[in-house]
Design a protein around this ligand. Structure first.
Ligand code: CU
Length: 486
């Protein structure tokens, strides 16, 4: 095989080009700030950092120059609510769990003022993972109640970083809520998006079991054993649900700055019904695309963004899913706007499935009563009610109606159910929360309202009353209508 000089020269050029590409993409980001470069960036002027409580984040850095940024962070030990009726003494950076969000850009010189409120009981400090230096600042920031310390650092690596208290016992300080996020944007800032939010997961160790009300003390042994009673976003059950849900409009791009304070568990972060268009893996510079679930280590983070194309309530979870439905790690993103049937059609057809073959007997999506044969006799209505039960109630109250101890009350031989039919109708219609007693056992949880027609409510309750030793009440659609009218 012969190769002339010219060819060799071309190959050599190509190889140099490839090496060049690899080294530039490996060491430099697109804005050219290596940590070495960044140390040389001159700061101009000074400003006070905007700090925000979750789920909000401060304004993007945009194209501002590197500056001396003054962060005023106050540590507050204060009582809050972990779940309805469950009180907990949180230790916080800035009064919230997670602590105030700090937003910087590469080259900023941060002058950190850490203040320990005089009413606090304990000394604290701060270790910021964005800091290059002994203890991430912990060594210089130990501060007693009623005191303030000041230390400075230059942020030279872009990324999303966790900060936390590192005072002994460290696990306890973190478990009580002492963590938050500090973002270091590249020069020129992250690409623009329409909405940005701050979410941080944490695990909590209370003396009482999940749901046990009253002021709950920290349980060191459960912490050591890694057996949390609560695993939540933003410090409490329900911090991102209902009226607290984060929001966006169809067509907008949403960026979530997600952290995990731990102290123990890692998070399998997922948004049901969405795909992350981009994920800054572990909060660093590398971007992965089209991701369903991203793993966020304790003391780590991720930046995810996605465009919302269809309306709906998108449930934010730790996909270690018992945590979500039994320990609290459930949030919501509510998206409003027009449907896009090309992307998501909604239910189109539902019919009877016959394994022996043949076509399904379809009925239109909106359960048009004229097409669906209406259950009229008592046995038809019980059969129809059983189908509703299997679709909606079964997941919580179980197939045999026995419920789940400490979580979902039984419907089988339930004295509560049998005592008052109208109340049962109202519970299915409107949902229920707060304490109730069934067969001598207390429950204090939430049953979501069920979106069912009057016929469906009547039928499902008739089925429940006719099963498992209950009182055989016949609940009619007229009775349901009467309760609805009240
Ligand atoms: Cu602390």
């Amino acid at each position: 095989m012969k190769m002339n000089i010219q060819k060799w020269a071309r190959v050599a050029l190509m190889i140099t080009a490839i090496i060049g590409l690899v080294t530039t993409s490996g060491c430099n980001n697109k804005n050219g700030n290596t940590p070495e470069d960044a140390t040389k960036i001159k700061v101009e002027g000074q400003s006070i950092a905007e700090l925000t409580a979750p789920p909000l984040v401060p304004k993007p850095v945009g194209d501002r120059k590197a500056t001396k940024l003054i962060v005023n962070m106050e540590i507050l030990e204060k009582e809050g609510e972990m779940a309805p009726g469950v009180k907990y003494t949180y230790w916080t950076f800035g009064g919230s769990v997670p602590g105030s969000f700090i937003r910087t850009r590469v080259g900023d010189e941060v002058e950190f003022h850490l203040k320990n409120h005089p009413d606090n009981k304990l000394p604290h400090n701060i270790d910021l993972h964005a800091v290059t230096g002994q203890g991430g600042g912990a060594a210089s920031s130990f501060v007693a109640p009623g005191h303030e310390v000041v230390f400075s650092f230059k942020v030279i690596n872009q990324g999303l970083y966790v900060y936390h208290c590192a005072t002994a016992p460290v696990g306890m300080h973190i478990a009580n809520g002492m963590y938050g996020l500090i973002l270091v944007e590249p020069e020129g800032g992250l690409p623009k998006v329409d909405k940005e939010y701050y979410i941080m997961q944490g695990d909590f160790y209370t003396k009482g079991k999940n749901g046990e009300t009253g002021l709950q003390a920290f349980d060191m042994q459960k912490g050591v054993d890694e057996h949390p009673e609560y695993i939540v976003f933003n410090g409490k059950v329900g911090s991102l649900t209902g009226d607290n849900a984060i929001t966006a409009k169809v067509g907008e791009t949403v960026r979530l700055f997600v952290g995990n304070g731990g102290p123990n568990l890692v998070s399998s972060f997922h948004v049901i019904g969405e795909i992350f268009d981009h994920v800054h893996i572990e909060g660093g510079e590398m971007i992965n695309k089209n991701v369903q679930t991203t793993l966020i280590p304790a003391g780590g983070s991720a930046i995810v963004d996605f465009k919302v194309e269809v309306p709906g309530t998108f449930i934010i979870v730790d996909h270690s899913i018992f945590r979500t439905f039994n320990k609290g790690s459930l949030g919501m993103l509510k998206v409003t706007g027009d449907e896009n049937k090309q992307i998501y059609s909604g239910k189109q057809v539902e019919g009877i499935y016959n394994p022996e073959g043949g076509t399904i007997q379809s009925m239109p999506k909106d359960d048009n009563a004229a097409v669906e044969p209406k259950a009229t006799t008592l046995s038809e209505r019980i059969a129809a009610g059983k189908i509703v039960y299997t679709k909606t109630c079964f997941a919580c109250h179980q197939e045999n109606g026995e419920g789940v101890a400490n979580a979902f009350p039984p419907l089988a031989k339930s004295d509560f159910l049998n005592a008052d039919v109208e109340r049962a109708v109202s519970i299915v219609m409107h949902g229920k929360n707060g304490e109730l007693v069934v067969n001598g056992k207390k429950y204090n949880s939430t049953m979501p309202a069920q979106t069912l027609s009057n016929d469906e409510i009547a039928n499902v309750l008739t089925y429940v009353y006719s099963s498992w030793g209950n009182s055989n009440k016949d609940v009619t659609s007229a009775m349901v209508a009467k309760v609805k009218g009240k």
